[in-house]
Design a protein around this ligand. Structure first.
Ligand code: NAG
Ligand code: NAG
Ligand code: NAG
Ligand code: NAG
Ligand code: NAG
Length: 404
């Protein structure tokens, strides 16, 4: 089930809220689960973008049905943890100039007063690859990065990078406080979210992560190979009128309320990796109607331009990013996202808007055997998942760019 606001969730939420100490000041915002993407219904909540990559990548984005048939998407049924995770991979067998990949957009759009919780087990980490988990405004007829509703990048690296870059891209008039460094752990680059040349907004305001000490004193890697070695983590984006925060938590050490459906970010003691705040931006209107997006592209406007800077030629023996991506399919076997769940909490149960899907289709997602890619090869199931959701093709995301 993708869209939930069950009596149970609200009851749990109320019980916890009543048990909390009374505040003399204004009551804390009351969040409840409004959308959830997980288990065998994960893909029901997404459509696949099949247009040309707006960032100029060497990629061919395929539809959900083709992705399922070719096992670019599927499920990882981990018997030892009794969890069924979504697998979102790429073509890792063909020599091809435009490598097949999948770009998913959530059917629901979300607005200010949302907490997006992404439990990521594995992310692509490979020379040539540019993976991202992000939010993209999708106002009909809007132009990136201003009238579309902006962009918030939550988890993003290129090549063998292992330092997450969290970035906001907007039109003019959104500049974050550059003197708020004490409020977060990362390092702010340009505070102007419309920064970029020649096209304004393409650089945006970005915070480079540093390693983060969790609430139990554990240091977490934020991206790339070390992130995968620690079996990922839980990225939490808190989007309020006062600003946007991105936290990373260890799966087994979630903060107050996150594990029981009643998150209370005001009470979290851990500093976020990034906190975009200050009066120079209206976070409630600049960003709106945002979809959750996940994609892996290759080379293009960011990864392609920093091939030399990342030591691509020496590391791969290939002079260009494009040639490497074309000729080395096996290098992309590990270029996959494995996602345990994505949950969205809304303030006072505020429901997200649902974009109507045009067509109903049924097809099967296979279980992907990841055992060979893990050293400890636990059991994996070979049973199929069944897709019973709705989906359509080409929803006009091609008018939006995603630059860096
Ligand atoms: C997809 O995975 C299933 C289950 O592992 C397998 O039987 C099938 O042959 C795979 N299909 C392709 C096109 O690789
Ligand atoms: C929380 O929000 C829900 C949905 O609007 C509402 O039913 C409930 O009464 C609220 N709880 C508190 C403690 O404010
Ligand atoms: C199953 O999950 C556990 C815990 O996250 C992990 O250590 C193990 O590698 C996983 N097994 C497979 C086959 O992925
Ligand atoms: C793997 O499967 C075998 C045979 O079905 C079983 O005996 C074993 O307990 C399983 N191991 C795990 C970790 O689930
Ligand atoms: C998996 O899907 C294929 C193709 O739809 C089908 O032939 C096969 O019977 C399914 N296997 C299982 C275990 O459901």
């Amino acid at each position: 089930m993708i869209f939930i606001a069950t009596g149970m969730a609200l009851a749990a939420c109320l019980t916890t809220a009543l048990a909390a100490p009374t505040q003399a000041s204004a009551p804390l915002p009351n969040f409840s689960l409004v959308a959830e993407y997980r288990d065998r219904s994960f893909f029901d909540g997404f459509t696949a973008f099949t247009g040309a990559d707006p960032t100029g990548g060497r990629v061919r984005y395929v539809g959900l049905e083709e992705a399922a048939q070719k096992n670019y998407t599927g499920f990882h049924d981990n018997k030892s943890t009794k969890s069924i995770n979504a697998y979102i991979g790429v073509d890792h067998t063909s020599v091809t100039p435009y490598r097949d990949s999948v770009r998913l957009s959530s059917k629901h759009t979300f607005d200010v007063g949302s907490i997006v919780v992404m439990d990521v087990v594995h992310m692509p980490s490979a020379f040539g690859a540019w993976p991202a988990l992000w939010l993209l405004g999708d106002n009909p007829g809007g132009r990136w990065p201003d009238t579309n509703g902006g962009e918030i990048d939550i988890l993003e690296v290129v090549h063998n990078g292992d330092v997450n870059a969290m970035t906001m891209h907007t039109g003019p008039g959104c500049t974050v406080d550059k003197n708020a460094a004490h409020l977060f752990q990362g390092q702010l680059q340009d505070p102007n979210c419309n920064a970029g040349s020649p096209q304004p907004g393409t650089t945006g305001c970005s915070v480079q992560a540093t390693n983060q000490a969790s609430s139990r004193g554990v240091t977490l890697a934020t991206a790339g190979a070390p992130f995968n070695q620690q079996e990922g983590g839980v990225y939490v984006t808190v989007w309020m009128e006062s600003g946007v925060s991105v936290y990373l938590f260890k799966r087994e050490a979630l903060p107050s309320g996150l594990y029981n459906g009643n998150p209370m970010p005001e009470l979290w003691l851990t500093k976020p990796l990034a906190h975009f705040s200050g009066p120079g931006c209206d976070y409630g209107t600049t960003f709106n109607a945002m979809r959750i997006v996940t994609d892996t592209t290759f080379c293009g406007d960011w990864a392609g331009k920093v091939w030399d800077a990342f030591g691509g030629p020496a590391a791969t023996g290939s002079a260009t990013c494009e040639a490497y991506v074309q000729n080395n399919p096996g290098a992309f076997k590990d270029a996959y996202f494995e996602i345990k769940s994505i949950q969205v909490y809304g303030r006072n149960g505020k429901m997200p808007a649902l974009k109507a899907a045009s067509k109903r289709e049924e097809f099967a997602f296979a279980d992907i055997d990841l055992a060979e890619r893990y050293r400890d090869s636990a059991n994996v199931s070979m049973a199929n998942g069944t897709y019973l959701g709705q989906h359509g093709h080409g929803h006009g995301h091609g008018t939006h760019s995603h630059f860096h």
